[in-house]
Design a protein around this ligand. Structure first.
Ligand code: C5P
Length: 311
C-alpha cells in the first residue's frame, strides 16, 4: 500500500455510562436504554485499491503474547462485511486492500470491532467515490451491528432499540477516565445470555423496568464528577462478573486507587474508572499500571468525534 493511493479513517472506542437492558426480544436482541460516550482511544483503517478484498490487522491484542483471541482477517471480521455491504449498496465491485491498526483491544466491551467497521465505511466511501450521505452510512452501520451507528456518530448519544437508534446529547465538559484492560476478552452474546440466565433464576431484576437515563445525561452536561459517579449504571456488569469472577478484584483495585467511580464497560471485561480531572486520571493510571491486575491501562477522555477521514 503506498501513501499516494490510500485513504485512512479512524474511529473511537466507547464507554456506556448508562446501560439499562430490557428483556430478550423475539429477534434475539435486548431492548436497551444506553448512553454512549466516545473516548480518545482510536483504531485506524487504511484502504487502497485492490483486486477483491484483503485484510490485515496489526496492533493491540493481535500478537500471540497478549493472550487475546486473534482478530479474524476474513468475512468473520466486521470490516470485511462493511466493505461487502457498502459495495453492494453502491453497485461497485468490492475491491480493496484494507489494513486495520488497532489500539482498541478486541472483545473488551469498548466497541473496537464496531469502530473498525465505521472507519471502514468512511474510508471505503472515499476510496470508491460512492458519495454516500451520513444517513446512508448510518443505515448500513445499523445492519452491521448495534454499536456501529454510534461509532460513526461519536460524541455522546442516547441509544435505544438494540442500541442503534441514536439521539445526540450535547455536553462540552471533557470527562477523564482510566481504562483497565484485562488479558482475555469476553463474548458479548455470552454476557447477554448469562444476563438472561441470572434473570430466569430470579437472581437479579427481570429488566421489564428500564432504569431511566435522564439523571446520567444531566450529570454529563453539567457535572460535577460526583454526580456522574452516582448515576453510572450497567446491567451487564452482574453477568460479566458471573462469567469472570476475577473482575471483582479489578473493580476493587480501581476503586482503591482513588477512582471517583468504577464500572464494567459494556459487556466487559474492561474496567472504566472515572477520574476527577485530567491530572487525577494520570495519577490513577500510574497507580493502576503498578497494581498488576490489568494487562493494559489507558488514560482517555471524551467526548470525541466519531469515524473521520485522517491524513
Ligand atoms: O449487534 P451486535 O452484532 O453487536 O450484537 C451482538 C450480540 O449481542 C447479538 O447477537 C446479541 O446476542 C447481543 N445483543 C443483544 N441485545 C442488544 C445488542 C446485542 O442481545 N441490544
Amino acid at each position: 500500500m503506498t501513501a499516494g493511493d490510500s485513504v485512512a479513517a479512524r474511529a473511537p472506542a466507547k464507554i456506556n455510562v448508562h446501560l439499562a437492558v430490557g428483556p430478550l426480544r423475539p429477534d434475539g436482541f435486548h431492548e436497551l436504554r444506553t448512553v454512549y460516550l466516545a473516548v480518545s482511544l482510536f483504531d485506524t483503517v487504511t484502504v487502497a485499491p485492490g483486486s477483491g478484498l484483503s485484510l490485515t490487522v496489526t496492533g493491540e491484542g493481535t500478537g500471540a503474547a497478549t493472550g487475546a483471541a486473534a482478530v479474524p482477517t476474513d468475512s468473520r471480521n466486521l470490516v470485511w462485511r462493511a466493505a461487502e455491504l457498502l459495495a453492494r449498496s453502491a453497485g461497485v465491485p468490492a475491491d480493496a486492500t484494507i489494513g486495520i491498526a488497532k489500539s482498541i483491544p478486541a472483545a473488551a466491551g469498548l466497541a473496537g470491532g464496531s469502530a473498525d467497521a465505521a472507519a471502514a465505511l468512511v474510508a471505503l466511501d472515499a476510496l470508491w467515490g460512492t458519495r454516500a450521505s451520513r444517513a446512508d452510512l448510518t443505515g448500513l452501520a445499523a445492519q452491521l451491528g448495534s454499536d456501529v451507528p454510534f461509532s460513526l456518530l461519536g460524541g455522546i448519544a442516547l441509544g435505544s432499540g438494540r442500541g442503534e437508534q441514536l439521539s445526540p446529547v450535547l455536553a462540552r465538559t471533557p470527562w477523564h477516565w482510566v481504562l483497565g484492560i484485562a488479558g482475555e476478552g469476553l463474548s458479548t452474546p455470552a454476557v447477554y445470555a448469562e444476563l438472561d440466565r441470572l434473570r430466569a433464576a430470579g437472581r437479579i431484576p427481570d429488566g421489564t423496568e428500564l432504569t431511566p437515563a435522564e439523571r446520567v445525561i444531566a450529570a454529563l452536561r453539567s457535572g460535577p464528577p460526583a454526580a456522574l459517579a452516582a448515576g453510572l449504571c450497567n446491567d451487564l456488569q452482574a453477568p460479566a462478573l458471573a462469567l469472570r469472577p476475577a473482575l471483582r478484584r479489578a473493580l476493587s483495585a480501581a476503586a482503591d486507587a482513588g477512582a471517583a467511580a468504577v464500572l464494567v464497560s459494556g459487556s466487559g471485561p474492561t474496567v472504566a474508572a472515572l477520574a476527577e480531572d485530567e491530572a487525577g486520571a494520570v495519577r490513577l493510571a500510574a497507580t493502576l499500571a503498578g497494581a498488576g491486575v490489568f494487562r493494559t491501562v489507558r488514560a482517555v477522555s471524551g467526548p470525541v468525534p466519531g469515524a473521520r477521514l485522517v491524513g
